[in-house]
Write a protein that binds this ligand. Structure first.
Ligand code: F6P
Length: 742
């Protein structure tokens, strides 16, 4: 309709102009043709007169009057010459052809011939009157009166008018037709081109807006991006991110749309205890620590592997259970995996393949075809579960971690309109290291099914973009950090993960009480300097390097023997894998060796607590300690250090932090160390143990301010705000399509 109106606006004035042109042109054409034919008739008259001149003179001289008559009768056989008369100089008519009008005499003919328009109207139509003196050698000459038929001029003029009108109508129709076709094509092309550009596919699609519109379209697109960037910078300035703010963002920007989280590890594990009762355990998982408070705020559904021994006993017929158990806020949907599935997907491909591939910890990745097949099949099962749990065709799906590299593209197949936010909780390696993986293309393609792909740091984003550049034919826009692959755009962005900042005052005993209780439990003298490490029992955490540093401290500074104790909480993890078992055994051996070397009586410098500790117990330890040691060899972020900082509302305690943990980019007031450099870490332990309380307070206050501001609601808020922005862009695009019918 819109195109038709536009076309009519152009066509009606065009047709009116053509009609006006025809009305002006026709009389002009008449006058012109008349003038041309009059000139033509005069020329013909002169020609006929001169041709007849000699023959008439001869016939007159010979006195052959019959020959004279024959001559002029013969001349009027020309179809346009109607009649001829021969006049004497005194205007006596000497001869005339049969058709010469009786009412015209020689004198009248001479008068008429002198007029500018020498016409004589007759019954059969107008005739042109021409008088031409015949040539003579002396004396006065006779004249020839020639009457030319002018009816052919009218006939010609009518023909000309007809042809002119046909030409004008033809011209009008052709212009109209071309206009309609061009307008239709260019309107459609323009609209499609704009849509393609809005979707970011403009340069790949064959259907482009007209070239003259392209600079304009790119300008509009660039402005939109700039506005979005400005908006995102503005979001970064929001000082306080908290559950209320996140909730309001969900309501305003995501219009209360459904949020579905997918992770391997479940947030609550139901275990049957030795006494037969069902216990609820919280896993030692940074992922769970971060995502759980967000999920309590968003409600929605969390899909995860049901790994607890009593998990099946508490779910409903749809494998769902409301959590947290004491005050449910959201639904946990459990997926059951067979022992083979768990072996191939979790232990095999995820933890023997991808885990060492992404961490620079000098453990060789192992890739088995059978693990890969299982990994793919399990990802399919989770994709089916997402489709089952989705209440609309466009939920917001938060895919967590390296267990689900293929899941984003699989969800996209089932729910093309879903907004898929994938967060990769571990580092991303450089392209050369990633090249070890035999299924590199499949993994990248799977991840690029995401709307947004998040990493902890810009450095990991850069590694990922370079990896895609190396292994896929994709369009990368570095300025906006987007990758377009197979007509789908993915935003690659850094979102440093964090923890939920605890409400003040902290619940439970004071820091002093915690210290007293822990010291009694561990049998430590009150003057002991207590350092703690809390980790999953994983080779990436730098536990061995930490022990070496403790040993070196006691070697270098024997004054600490009997006064320095290091407690390592190591939550059992992946112990079914040889690499982990060997590592864990080695840590036991090294701890024992150090204790043998420096232990005295009840004094043991290293306490290895290789068992799961609930959150409260860990918190108590953090509040009791003088030092927290985080020496990861490579870590996406590491939340242990942030939890330590959050626990120290007394502004005491020192954090020693590996420069290879993502957190080192934020927590600059920690003592930053290279864990491979034993000497440096040992010196850091000494410096921390001797740090004056004022310096501790200063550093801790700054660290606390940082973690409080950059909390997990900011992490989720920035990601969900980006999702809301991209959903809005999609909605505008859909509206344009609906509007234009394309
Ligand atoms: O550190 C990366 C990470 O995925 C964490 O998010 C999570 O805590 C852990 O690894 C996974 O551990 P598990 O294999 O015990 O679930």
């Amino acid at each position: 309709m819109k195109t038709l109106r536009l076309q009519l606006r152009f066509l009606i004035p065009l047709l009116l102009t053509l009609v006006a042109a025809a009305l002006i042109a026709l009389p002009l054409m008449d006058q012109l043709t008349l003038r041309w034919f009059a000139r033509d008739v005069n020329t013909r008259d002169a020609l006929v007169a001169s041709t007849l001149s000699d023959a008439i003179a001869d016939a007159e001289n010979d006195g052959k009057s019959w020959r004279l008559q024959q001559l002029i009768e013969h001349a009027v056989q020309d179809e346009r010459l109607l009649a001829i008369a021969l006049c004497a100089p005194d205007d006596t008519m000497l001869r005339q052809t049969t058709a010469f009008p009786r009412r015209l005499d020689c004198a009248q003919a001479r008068q008429l011939a002198r007029l500018p328009d020498p016409r004589l109207p007759l019954d059969a139509g107008a005739v042109h009157v021409g008088v031409h003196a015949l040539s003579t050698e002396g004396g006065q000459a006779n004249s020839l009166v020639l009457l030319h038929d002018l009816s052919f001029i009218d006939r010609r003029s009518q023909d000309t008018r007809r042809y002119l009108i046909i030409f004008m109508v033809g011209l009008g129709l052709s212009i109209a037709l071309i206009t309609v076709v061009v307008a239709q094509l260019s309107w459609r092309g323009w609209v499609k081109g704009m849509q393609a550009i809005i979707r970011g596919e403009g340069l790949l699609r064959p259907l482009l807006p007209p070239p003259e519109l392209q600079p304009f379209a790119s300008e509009v697109r660039a402005r939109l991006r700039d506005l979005e960037d400005e908006y995102r910078r503005g979001l970064d300035l929001v000082a306080q991110w908290n559950p209320e703010r996140l909730r309001s963002l969900l309501q305003t920007q995501l219009r209360g749309d459904q949020v579905i989280v997918v992770s391997n590890r479940e947030p609550y594990i139901h275990e049957r205890g030795d006494d037969g009762r069902i216990l609820v355990k919280r896993p030692a998982s940074g992922l769970v620590t971060a995502v759980e408070p967000v999920m309590r705020t968003c409600s929605g559904t969390w899909i995860a592997h049901g790994s607890g021994s009593a998990d099946r006993e508490v779910v409903d017929s749809h494998d769902r259970v409301a959590v947290p158990p004491q005050a449910p806020d959201y639904t946990l949907r459990r997926i059951w995996l067979s022992a083979e599935e768990e072996q191939g997907y979790y232990l095999g491909f995820a933890n023997e393949g991808l885990w060492p591939l992404c961490h620079v910890a000098h453990v060789r990745p192992v890739f088995r075809e059978s693990d890969w097949e299982t990994y793919r099949a399990v990802n399919e099962r989770f994709a089916d579960a997402v489709a089952q749990e989705a209440r609309s065709d466009d939920p917001v799906v938060l895919v967590q971690d390296y267990h689900f590299a293929l899941l984003p593209a699989m969800i996209r197949e089932r729910l093309p309109r879903a907004t898929i936010l994938t967060f990769w909780h571990i580092p991303w390696p450089n392209p050369e290291s990633f090249g070890i993986c035999p299924w590199q293309r499949e993994i990248l393609q799977g991840m690029l099914g995401s709307t947004i792909l998040g990493f902890h740091t810009r450095f990991h984003c850069k590694n990922f973009i370079e990896t895609v550049d190396r292994y896929l034919e994709a369009r990368i826009e570095h300025e906006h950090s987007t990758i377009s692959y197979q007509h789908k755009e993915t935003l690659i962005e850094s979102y440093p993960i964090s923890i939920a900042w605890p409400e003040a005052p902290l619940p439970g005993p004071s820091a002093e009480d915690c210290r007293r209780r822990v010291f009694v439990r561990l049998g430590l003298s009150p003057l002991t300097c207590l350092a703690v490490g809390v980790d999953r029992f994983d080779y990436t955490k730098g536990i061995l390097e930490r022990l070496h540093a403790v040993e070196r401290l006691l070697e270098k500074r024997p004054e600490w023997i009997g006064r320095f104790v290091f407690v390592q909480v190591a939550a059992p993890t992946r112990s079914a894998l040889d690499e982990y078992r060997d590592f864990q055994e080695r840590i036991h051996r090294v701890s024992e060796r150090i204790n043998r070397r420096f232990g005295q009586g009840n004094y043991l410098p290293v306490r290895l607590l290789a068992e799961h500790h609930e959150h409260d117990a860990v918190n108590e330890l953090f509040r009791a300690a003088d030092i927290c040691v985080v020496t990861s060899l490579h870590d996406g972020m590491n939340l242990v250090c942030k939890e330590f900082v959050a626990a120290r509302d007394d502004e005491r305690g020192v954090l020693i932090l590996s420069r290879f943990a993502g957190a080192a980019r934020e927590l600059k007031d920690a003592l930053i160390v290279n864990p491979y450099h034993v000497e440096e870490t040992a010196d850091a332990l000494h410096r921390a143990a001797t740090m004056p309380p004022a310096e501790q307070r200063e550093r801790m206050a700054s660290l606390r301010m940082n973690v409080r501001e950059n909390n997990v609601f900011r992490w989720a808020g920035r990601m969900l705000a980006d999702a809301g922005r991209l959903r809005l862009r999609d909605r505008i695009d859909a509206r344009v399509q609906r509007h234009t019918g394309d």
